[in-house]
Design a protein around this ligand. Structure first.
Ligand code: DAH
Length: 340
């Protein structure tokens, strides 16, 4: 009796396992056989009512059916799991032959490009590149550049003060004194960087960029300065550029000059870039005032120097024919894309 029942259970269960089609039904079948009131569980409980002779025989049979069905359940379960994995692989597959989405490539900002270009030119001419702090002391920005407190020439630069003696540097000239304090002549340095002034119109931004140059050696003269600037300008704007030197005034140079170049847009004929003048004013320069050398501990009887200060925003505006400085600082992608 029990034997037949076992064979029946085995056959039925095998069929059900075979025809099941997911893990959930498989689990239900497992409970039906091996659960608390599952068929095999109940049969096993009935063992104690059997005679001593029958018990081992039926016991062995129950074990056989149990391990057979457990095996079948396990096989089917693995089949379903495998199936699931295959489905997943199928659904999530990536077609590597599909064309890729467009990926945007950035470009250097026009001012960064001017800095790179001018720096390359100057390094080729033997200059070392230095940096200085943008938050500067009154001393380096003004005093050491021969612009004492309350001197009228401070009005030339409307400065952002942080406290009485700390400010946002209004000129990269501030690095001149820093470098003269720590270097022994001869030396040639440039310092590109950000500068700040309280100005805001189509050609002035409160944050702008300059490139400072300083050469200190024995017997440096105006001829050296003019030759150096001519070479730099021609490398920057092209060999056919003409250069004009005009007398000017800066407290830290004596004599001082301002330097104009022929408009690269119209080659001197006159256009909207140069407002019809054919020339563009680009930088201040001069022979380092001996006072400035002395303030920073350089013997002005033995050494002399020249210095220059480029306006880089203006240079970038000229090179890219842009008429409003604000475009540089708005981060408008449409503008920047054109600058590629
Ligand atoms: N620092 C000056 C300015 O911001 C520019 C300048 C003029 C720099 C003459 C120099 C120089 O080094 O020699 O207007």
């Amino acid at each position: 009796m029990i034997k037949e029942e076992l064979i029946n259970i085995n056959q039925e269960a095998e069929k059900e396992i075979e025809s099941s089609n997911d893990l959930k039904t498989l689990n239900e079948i497992r409970i039906k056989i091996f659960g608390k009131s599952g068929s095999i569980t109940i049969l096993s409980k009935g063992m104690r009512d059997l005679s001593n002779d029958d018990r081992p025989i039926i016991g062995a049979l129950i074990n056989e059916v149990r391990s057979n069905l457990e095996n079948k359940l396990k096989q089917k379960e693995e089949f379903f799991k495998n199936q699931e994995l295959l489905n997943k692989l199928e659904n999530e597959k990536v077609d590597i032959t599909e064309p890729s989405k467009d990926c945007e490539i950035g470009a250097l900002h026009p001012i960064a490009r001017v800095i790179d270009k001018l720096t390359d030119i100057c390094v080729e001419l033997g200059f070392s590149v230095v940096e200085g702090p943008e938050v500067e002391t009154d001393y380096y920005n003004f005093e050491a550049m021969n612009i004492p407190k309350n001197h009228p020439s401070r009005d030339m630069q409307d400065t952002f003060f942080i406290s009485e003696n700390i400010l946002l540097r209004s000129q990269t000239s501030a690095v001149q004194a820093r470098e003269m304090e720590v270097r022994k002549p001869p030396f040639k340095i440039i310092c590109p960087g950000k500068t700040y002034r309280n100005e805001n119109d189509s050609t002035h931004s409160p944050i702008f960029h300059q490139l400072e140059g300083l050469v200190v050696d024995e017997k440096i003269s105006m001829a050296d300065l003019k030759a150096m600037l001519t070479i730099i300008m021609k490398k920057l704007f092209g060999e056919d550029t003409t250069i004009r030197f005009r007398p000017s005034f800066f407290p830290f140079t004596e004599p001082s000059i301002e330097v104009d170049v022929s408009c690269p847009n119209c080659h001197g004929r006159g256009c909207s870039t140069c407002k019809g003048t054919g020339m563009l004013e680009l930088l201040g320069a001069g022979i380092v005032n001996p006072k400035v050398l002395e303030i920073s501990g350089i013997d002005s009887k033995k050494y002399s120097g020249f210095a220059f200060g480029f306006g880089l925003d203006r240079t970038a505006m000229i090179l890219n024919d842009i008429n409003n400085i604000r475009y540089f600082y708005k981060n408008d992608v449409r503008f920047l894309k054109q600058m590629k």
